[in-house]
Write a protein that binds this ligand. Structure first.
Ligand code: SF4
Length: 101
């Protein structure tokens, strides 16, 4: 599946009302490690999106906007999340709770 088709699959799952674990956000390194450990055991795309807390809109948390576009894992030219436990095409305005500046 190419990036465009994979991105549309993610968008479709989220737009259809998939409830994801948007909160709590990963405030600490320990929080992030706990979430990525769960992601490594995820069974398929749907479960990954749930555990990572994906949203189609930017979440503002503690006064900080957390879009993929400003996350350290975002590859701007490919519109892709390179976090090894995700490895997914995303859109700049999407968000997840593993966001890192
Ligand atoms: S880790 Fe960053 S780039 Fe990846 S989905 Fe989450 S917010 Fe977007």
């Amino acid at each position: 599946m190419d990036d465009s088709a994979a991105r549309e699959e993610v968008r479709s799952l989220l737009a259809s009302g998939l409830v994801t674990e948007v909160f709590p956000r990963a405030d600490s390194q320990d929080d992030a490690l706990a979430i990525t450990a769960r992601l490594r055991g995820a069974d398929g795309l749907r479960q990954k999106l749930v555990i990572a807390g994906f949203t189609l809109e930017t979440i503002v948390y503690a006064g900080i906007e957390q879009p993929c576009s400003t996350c350290m894992y975002f590859l701007v030219h490919r519109r892709y999340c390179e976090l090894s436990e995700l490895k997914l095409p995303v859109e700049p305005e999407w968000s997840c709770r593993l966001w890192r500046m």
